[in-house]
Ligand binder design. Sequence first.
Ligand code: NAD
Ligand code: IPM
Ligand code: MN
Length: 362
Amino acid sequence: MKKRIAILPGDGIGPEVMQGAVRVLQAISDCFQHDFIFEEGLIGGAAIDECGNPLPDTTLDLCSKSDAILLGAVGGPKWEATSQTIRPEQGLLRIRKELGLFANLRPVCAYEPLIHASTLKKEVIEHVDLLIVRELTGGLYFGKPSERRGDNKELAVDTLVYNIQEIERVVDKAFQLARKRRKKLTSVDKANVLESSRMWREVVNRLSANYPDVQVEHMLVDSASMQLIYRPEQFDVIVTENLFGDILSDEASMITGSLGMLPSASLRSDAVGLYEPVHGSAPDIAGKNLANPLGMVLSVALMLKFSFGLDKEASIIEESVMKVLNDGFHTGDLHLQQGTRVSTTKMVNKIIDSINENQAIS
Ligand code: NAD
Ligand code: IPM
Ligand code: MN
């Protein structure tokens, strides 16, 4: 299969984990004789440094022509001053918006070999297998006005706005996903306070008539954040507004033991998607070969599955990650008493070895 993949490494640990992703994909293409064409583009701080724009037109063109996009992470202290008007994160928000990637899927499950890396008790997390569906192109991140106001700029405004179609399409996507899983959908909102949440709730209730086989519940976001660490196994699919989904997914990552474990897929109605780990550029460990590459590598598996329909190849990556974790290898972000702590590149080497072994057997 021939596919064009845009590679956007970004900043901090982005390029380190991206290198791992590309090497894993090369191993997969060698095993299965696929023709993956990798084309690199600038985004984030790296793009600001090079051309003063966090999302240059050349990168957007590249993404528009590609079958899928892989993104590392953007941002870092160099571009962080509150006075800065051009910011790396704007590149990420714009690419999501320009490409219409409204549904961000963030799966979270407990990995048996990592159970003791979590700060939560084994019995709380061991059966967790949930999926956060985060609305990605609306809500507080994109509402206008968003600005400082007045001569002294002593008033700041952000706006939470949704139109009904934006809610319908992401909720419908979440229902479809729930139908293929354990058929439970939890819609998370703040309907006791926010008008947009009340509209959100109405949409969920109306669309639920199309999915009589899916059990629906509504949960307020403050309570949901508590339930997520109290009894996380109760959740199957969670659908929620952009900012709520951002926050809840970082919280949920601790079920796995590290933010570095979580992959994500940002999708629209056709097969094109953007795949990135949930974590950021981790400036505290950047450039040290310490980053956990698994969130990025598991995002590659999501790309193979969702954008290319290569389910077997995706499964081999996921199985290889499990094998390597079962063999005790892990990066330093996972606080485990046992096993072997390895670097980013060593972790990737182990995964590639496992992919090759898997293929040699079959
Ligand atoms: P972060 O996710 O970068 O890091 C939070 C903590 O988790 C840090 O201690 C970091 O070392 C650790 N961590 C994250 N990913 C890891 C990995 N793969 N392996 C090992 N440890 C990992 O969040 P932050 O520190 O709040 O933000 C840093 C920068 O990243 C900011 O500029 C922020 O805007 C940006 N950011 C970007 C994205 C993205 O590009 N999608 C996501 C979140 C944050
Ligand atoms: C994420 C990040 C981004 C977000 C930032 C960097 C803009 O936190 O992808 O989760 O808030 O969406
Ligand atoms: Mn985030």
